[in-house]
Design a protein around this ligand. Structure first.
Ligand SMILES: NC(=O)c1ccc[n+]([C@@H]2O[C@H](COP(=O)([O-])OP(=O)(O)OC[C@H]3O[C@@H](n4cnc5c(N)ncnc54)[C@H](OP(=O)(O)O)[C@@H]3O)[C@@H](O)[C@H]2O)c1
Length: 252
């Protein structure tokens, strides 16, 4: 039997910001951890099970039918999701527009935009029924400023920005809060994915920067989630001290 904590569903819980957020929220929430990597989901849920009730949902956010079925199959005691953290996403490639790869573009639009929509649609049904809920979309500084070669990743995060604004307006009368957290440089697996496991190139992104780490962003997400009910942090950008903009970074 699940104890009576509120319920948070986190996508992309198997790495980086999503994993740190799962750990950070475990003291207050029952957790629905979502990811593609079954092994990592199991490992994380094992590690957290002494702190809270945890279940896992194994799906790729790009698979609309699977998202709908897995979230739709939640037991009654897990359906009343209070907090959704739409975190799953990545950049794929860093190329001039005319040199970009269609498969990278598809991956970013399908995951960062369409995946976020599929998960939101399934969870929002429960929230509307309950007339309460809080959705935190993970945007990016790339959704606020376009930088050279950022093109489609930036477009996907600008789309998240517009989606957050649209959700906030349309869900306003259902008592649902929409927040967006926009990180700058965070040292996670993000650059390894962007640069297709090129370790040297990935490391160079953070060299001399003292970047954010997943826990830094998780703490901000926890702050946003824990504001009084009448307060909504609608949009917050979180940067390492050494980062001034998408392209201005003080490297020592
Ligand atoms: N790191 C940064 O500098 C930075 C800056 C701004 C914004 N962000 C945003 O922060 C979010 C988290 O990124 P991160 O930095 O924590 O990177 P990360 O360590 O690579 O984690 C990304 C997470 O998303 C999951 N994911 C990716 N594609 C998925 C899919 N199709 N279906 C289900 N899950 C999927 C990954 O699972 P798999 O391991 O199975 O791929 C992983 O759990 C992303 O939305 C990213 O755009 C990151």
């Amino acid at each position: 039997m699940r104890d009576k904590k509120k319920i948070a569903l986190i996508t992309g819980a198997t790495s980086g910001i999503g994993e740190s957020t799962s750990i950070e929220l475990a003291s207050q929430f029952s957790l629905i951890l979502c990811g593609r990597n079954q092994y990592k989901l199991k490992e994380l849920s094992e590690n957290l099970k002494d702190k809270t009730d945890v279940i896992t949902l194994n799906f790729d956010v790009r698979d609309q039918q699977d998202v709908k079925e897995k979230i739709g199959s939640l037991d009654n005691s897990w359906k009343n999701i209070d907090v959704l953290v739409n975190n799953a996403g990545n950049a794929h490639g860093l190329d001039l527009f005319h040199e970009g790869k269609i498969e990278d573009w598809d991956m970013m639009i399908d995951t960062n935009v369409k995946g976020l929509l599929y998960v939101s649609k399934s969870v929002i049904n429960y929230m509307i029924k309950n007339n309460k809920g809080h959705i935190i979309n993970i945007g990016s500084i790339a959704g606020k400023e376009v930088y050279q070669k950022g093109n489609i990743y930036c477009a996907s995060k600008f789309a998240v920005d517009a989606i957050s604004q649209g959700m906030r307006i349309d869900l306003n009368k259902y008592n649902i809060k929409i927040s967006q957290v926009n990180p700058g440089l965070v040292e996670t697996n993000f650059s390894m994915v962007r640069f297709k496991n090129d370790e040297v190139r990935s490391k160079s992104v953070y060299s001399g920067v003292n970047p954010l780490i997943g826990e830094d962003v998780a703490k901000v997400i926890s702050y946003v989630v824990n504001c009084p009910d009448n307060v909504n942090i609608s949009d917050i950008t979180v940067l390492a001290k050494s980062q001034a903009s998408s392209t201005v970074v003080n490297r020592n």
